[in-house]
Design a binder for this molecule. Structure first.
Ligand SMILES: C[S@@+](CC[C@H](N)C(=O)[O-])C[C@H]1O[C@@H](n2cnc3c(N)ncnc32)[C@H](O)[C@@H]1O
Length: 277
């Protein structure tokens, strides 16, 4: 039975507290990124009641209300039973009209589909490196030919992928840089200590991998800009500045959200944001 190493997201919540440039920034940056993604999805998907969604690795159900605004039915799965139990409570709070079914499951065990909308939010940075391609291929099978995958992940500056093991110590969150082999050991649950393995992925390399596997990235947005720059002090929204400035976008942003479609998908998606990539 799988257990996610960051129990109650304690390491992540502590990290946010320490890393956000000012109180409330993390949540606001997240909301704005996902609101932008939802606006684009609304142009790609049919009316809400016709949209079937899958939330892969839903955890405690943080994204269920966001998803319920876009989809009439949702299957929400997570391999960790304790986290899934919290998603079930969240689904109950959203009510029957949200059409949510929660289940302890891996993607390989999903029997329904294909789905119009598949969400894979903050999963791929924690899985062993050898599991990424099988996961993306399975998500491709589970996504309808005209459907969309929403992939959110921890990103690296372009060309600077790294692996860390994070844990809470007396002094706060310690991020230990490790090599890929050590990361994989942790992600496979082979270390005695509870550490959160994080693979900071290069967004360009990830999009290229997606293309090789039959996906097209149609939009992306970087957020959680934790690094400091004198340029950020002069603007109201640092995320907007980063995403509008190619040189900054290569370096800044701790997370990214991307919309991927099967290469079979029809319909152009003209969007100024994508001209940069
Ligand atoms: C950082 S949490 C993300 C939760 C939620 N998607 C969100 O964005 O808030 C990562 C979740 O991935 C789940 N997970 C781990 N390995 C997985 C896998 N191979 N497939 C799907 N989910 C997985 C964990 O149990 C955990 O709940």
């Amino acid at each position: 039975m799988y257990t996610y190493p960051d129990v109650d997201d304690r390491i992540t919540l502590r990290f946010i507290d320490e890393a956000e440039p000012y109180p409330g920034y993390w949540a606001r940056s997240d909301e704005r990124a996902m609101a932008r993604a939802a606006n684009r999805l609304a142009k790609l998907l049919g009316p809400r009641e016709t949209v079937a969604a899958l939330d892969v690795g839903c955890g405690p159900g943080r994204m269920l209300s966001w998803l319920a605004r876009l989809a009439g039915t949702i299957v929400a799965i997570d391999p960790d039973a304790a986290r899934l139990a919290r998603a079930t409570e969240m689904a109950a709070a959203l009510g029957d009209s949200a059409g949510i079914e929660t289940r302890v499951s891996t993607v390989d065990e999903v029997t329904e589909g294909p789905f119009d909308l598949v969400l894979c939010s903050h999963i791929i940075q924690h899985i062993p490196t050898t599991e990424l391609v099988p996961l993306l291929n399975r998500l491709r099978e589970l996504t309808a030919p005209d459907g969309v995958l929403v992939l959110t992940y921890t990103r690296a500056p372009v060309g600077a992928e790294r692996f860390t093991l994070d844990r809470v110590t007396g002094g706060g969150v310690e991020s230990l840089d490790v090599d890929q082999a050590r990361f994989d050991e942790a992600a496979q649950g082979r270390l005695a200590e509870k550490v959160l393995p994080i693979h900071y992925r290069d967004p360009i390399q990830l999009a290229q991998l997606g293309r090789r596997l039959g996906w097209s990235e149609v939009w992306s947005w970087s957020f959680h800009v934790l690094q400091d720059s004198p340029r950020f002090r002069a603007v109201a929204d640092r995320d907007e500045l980063v995403n509008a400035t190619p040189a900054l976008l290569r370096k800044f942003g701790r997370d990214a959200v991307a919309l991927w479609r099967p290469q079979t998908a029809t319909g152009a998606f003209p969007d100024a944001d994508n001209a940069r990539r």
